[in-house]
Write a protein that binds this ligand. Structure first.
Ligand SMILES: Cc1cc2nc3c(=O)[nH]c(=O)nc-3n(C[C@H](O)[C@H](O)[C@H](O)COP(=O)(O)OP(=O)(O)OC[C@H]3O[C@@H](n4cnc5c(N)ncnc54)[C@H](O)[C@@H]3O)c2cc1C
Length: 403
């Protein structure tokens, strides 16, 4: 049986960034990364919008605020060093009605509190940056928002880590743990570890429960569908146009993003899904899991915390192109139905629900025991934040681990 100082479950961006940080601080340590898929990027880290957020959405008392802008800066430095395509293209957030004005002020306050550059815009200011944006009275410009090729980041980290001696075992589902013996069981083997980092994305809650942790939580999935703008109409969006979000929810609303390849994506939705890998209409729904998730969603709907009923109604409607288009036209009214082409890109956002409060958890959630640490809610902007978040996780390991 192989013995490792550190075992990392999951080779998404969080697992890779943790391996990178561990290798930096403990160059002699042995590290194994156990990944259930045969290739990297099959889940959230390979299916996201590729936006490096500035951190304006998060109140100063949150973990997200502590790591987002620092993480974005570190990701851009990494991209620079490693020749990964990225572009600091900026973002306009527009207020499409009076109801958005208090949130605009709140976001500007977040920017001041978090030391992030942001500028309040009037209608002319918005039009100067995005000439086709909805003529709104008020908006915000975030110059430090960037776009990056997220799959290229995963590939580069994978290659660097493998070259530095980190052992990657793909096609290997972690199924169980013997905590006292410090052994992880996988679909085909057994691994002895000194310390485990559980970075299993949509399955992190299940793995945490095997360690007796995460009992107050469960994950429910939300499906992110995208359209792209026909290339002849892509000029309608210069960089990134976002709505003012509902800050009681962890989602930012359908937005328009000019990604690194210069295509313009519209989306993603946040439609409640019935499987943690429910990427198709029915594909990825397992009967038992579907029932359990359906039950959790029904309870959230009844309690209606985080304005959940409104979320369900407005998001379910977006399965219909006409309703999706309506959300897009609030940002750029000139976009027409035939400008939107369905995209193959679909992501699942595994969202943590607190079983006691029946609320969606808005911030990253981390739990740890003497020989393990569990990342339970690596929602957006975990991609942006990953390098700084990994520093925080390794700090926590160093402060709490017993050997
Ligand atoms: C549609 C969409 C758009 C987004 N847009 C952005 C954005 O623009 N900017 C941003 O910062 N963030 C964005 N996010 C969020 C971001 O992508 C995620 O927060 C981030 O990728 C989470 O990384 P992760 O490593 O925790 O999870 P994942 O990428 O899901 O990685 C977890 C890994 O664990 C593996 N695994 C699971 N279970 C097991 C097991 N039992 N054994 C072994 N391996 C296992 C999985 O196969 C997977 O590879 C978006 C997310 C989605 C879905």
């Amino acid at each position: 049986m192989a013995l490792f100082d550190f075992a990392i479950v999951g080779a998404g961006i969080v697992g890779l960034a943790v391996a990178f940080e561990l290798k930096k601080r403990h160059p002699g340590a042995s590290i194994v990364v156990l990944e259930k898929e045969a290739a990297l990027g099959k889940h959230a880290s390979g299916r996201n919008s590729g936006v490096l957020h500035s951190g304006i959405y998060y109140g100063p008392d949150t973990l997200k605020a502590r790591v987002c802008s620092r993480g974005a800066a570190r990701m851009m430095d990494f991209a620079e060093e490693q020749g990964i395509p990225y572009r600091r293209s900026g973002k306009v957030i527009i207020a499409t009605g009076e109801q958005d004005l208090p949130t605009v002020e709140r976001l500007l306050q977040n920017a001041r509190d978090n030391g992030i550059r942001a500028e309040k815009l009037d209608e002319k200011g918005i039009r100067d940056i995005e000439p086709h944006a909805n003529p709104c009275r008020v908006g915000i410009y975030s110059p430090d928002t960037a776009v990056i090729d997220s799959r290229a980041v995963l590939e580069k980290l994978h290659a660097l880590l493998a070259r530095s001696g980190v052992c990657f075992v793909l096609d290997q589902v972690v199924t169980d743990v013997a905590e006292k013996e410090r052994q992880l069981f996988t679909s085909t083997g057994k691994y002895s570890y000194g310390y485990v980092f559980n970075c299993a994305g949509a399955n992190a809650d299940r793995i945490a429960r095997k360690f007796g942790l995460g009992r107050d939580y469960t994950l429910v999935p939300f499906k992110g569908l995208y359209y792209t703008l026909r290339p002849e109409r892509a000029h309608l969006v210069r960089s990134n146009i976002y709505p003012v979000p509902d800050i009681s929810l962890p989602f930012l609303g359908v937005h328009l993003t000019r990604v690194i390849s210069d295509e313009v994506y519209a989306g993603p939705t946040a439609i409640p899904a019935l499987g943690r890998e429910n990427y198709g209409v029915f594909r990825g729904i397992r009967p038992g899991e579907g029932l359990d998730i359906g039950w959790q969603l029904a309870r959230l709907y009844l309690r209606n915390q985080n304005n959940f009923r409104h979320l369900v109604h407005s998001e379910m409607e977006r399965y219909r192109k006409a309703n999706f288009l309506e959300a897009v036209r609030r940002l750029v009214p000139d976009i027409r139905a035939d400008d939107l082409v369905p995209s193959k890109k679909v992501g699942i956002r595994p969202q943590l629900v607190n079983l006691r409060t029946r609320k969606l958890e808005m911030d990253f959630v981390v739990e740890s025991a003497p020989s393990s640490l569990h990342v339970l809610n690596a929602i957006s902007p975990a991609f942006t934040s990953s390098f700084a978040f990994a520093e925080m996780l390794v700090d926590r390991y160093e402060a709490t681990a017993t050997h």
